[in-house]
Design a protein around this ligand. Structure first.
Ligand code: ADP
Ligand code: MG
Length: 334
């Protein structure tokens, strides 16, 4: 059974950035307004995320890392939104099968913080001879999740990672995406032992400040807003897109569907094509898009291994967005 769990876990979490994405989403779901990430060896040695959200009840710690443990499916109807959020209650369980996972958490109601260690979905003692029960310790409100030695028991996966700096770059990219999308949350990300953060945005910085600071887009004359919606296709979207004053060698697409960072080759290609008529050859755009789609319309059969999302009336929705891109680009003087 453990082997099966390990394989399943390795399919959901393919690289450190995927573990981090799940942990960021959990922290945001917990209502956090501040989020700190610390990384060692590209996340393979250490991935630690500290939030100031509502915390986890001590009583829930025993089953926290069991598969399908979730506080986010309140009614059966919510099952229709599985496609939006990925499989429920699998992230922490998966991570516990392929890394050393520990959690320190404190709710508003609790007089202290609680610390627990996990392996293979279950509470374990941190040292031989000690109890596996959560221990009371001093700590502030919120949750700190520490993931150590990711893939320590999956040698094939571990060998696939050549360079810690490449993995760290992908981690920074993931933090940067969420930092733009979650503009009410402060973010920082740094290497373990370093005194300076590689990403640091205060709560007060709005979406535009964040795009400018993190993605180096000159906000004043390079970006325009984008809005599109259709009741017929059940979607709504808003975002910021670059105009003809901006140019890069590669397309930056920050795409969020129902507040989850996702990939979509189809959307990327369609938007690049739309830009091609407005930009000189080889010059690529910056696009931040937040798309809300009725959960029931997002593909519920998407397996967690697939980072690509599909939804009903994909063609129509993409065409509507591209029309909007075209009309905002043609408004701008070049
Ligand atoms: P899911 O997010 O799909 O519910 P996860 O495995 O990611 O499943 O998390 C399991 C549960 O653990 C969540 O439903 C939530 O109740 C709790 N949890 C995880 N991370 C945090 C956090 N940072 N703050 C508060 N609760 C958390
Ligand atoms: Mg989660």
């Amino acid at each position: 059974e453990d082997v099966v769990n390990k394989i399943a876990a390795g399919e959901i979490i393919v690289a450190p950035e995927h573990a981090l994405k799940e942990l960021i989403e959990n922290a945001v779901d917990a209502g956090s307004t501040a989020l700190e990430v610390v990384v060692k060896d590209g996340g393979l040695k250490l991935l630690q995320i500290t939030d100031n959200g509502h915390g986890i009840d001590k009583e829930d710690l025993a089953i926290l890392c069991e598969r399908f443990t979730t506080s986010k499916l309140k009614a059966f109807e919510d099952l229709t939104s599985i496609g939006t959020y990925g499989f429920r209650g699998e992230a922490l369980a998966s991570i516990s099968h392929i890394a050393h996972l520990s959690v320190t958490t404190r709710t508003k109601e609790s007089s202290c913080a609680w610390r627990a260690h996990y392996a293979d979905g279950k509470l374990v003692s941190p040292k031989p001879g000690q109890s596996a029960e959560p221990k009371p310790i001093a700590g502030r409100g919120g949750t700190q999740i520490t993931v150590e030695d990711l893939f320590y028991n999956v040698p094939s996966r571990r060998r696939a990672f050549r360079s810690a700096s490449e993995e760290y770059a992908k981690i920074l990219d993931m933090v940067a995406r969420y930092a733009v999308h979650c503009s009410g949350v402060s973010f920082s990300c740094k290497k373990h032992g370093s005194s300076t953060a590689d990403i640091s945005v205060p709560t007060a910085a709005g979406t535009l400040d964040r795009i400018r600071q993190i993605h180096k887009v000159t906000v004043a004359n390079e970006l325009v807003t984008l809005e599109a919606e259709s009741d017929r296709w059940g979607f709504k979207c808003n975002g910021w897109i670059s105009n003809a004053n901006y140019s890069a060698k590669r397309t930056t697409l920050l795409l969020f569907i129902n507040h989850r960072s996702v990939e979509s080759t189809v959307i990327k290609k369609a938007i690049e094509q739309t830009y091609a008529t407005f930009l000189p050859k080889g010059s690529k755009p910056f696009i931040y898009l937040s798309l809300d789609i009725e959960p029931a319309r997002v593909d519920v059969n998407v397996h967690p291994t697939k980072r690509e999302v599909h939804f009903l009336n994909e063609d129509e929705i993409i065409a509507t967005i591209c029309d909007e891109v075209r009309s905002s680009l043609s408004k701008v003087d070049t």
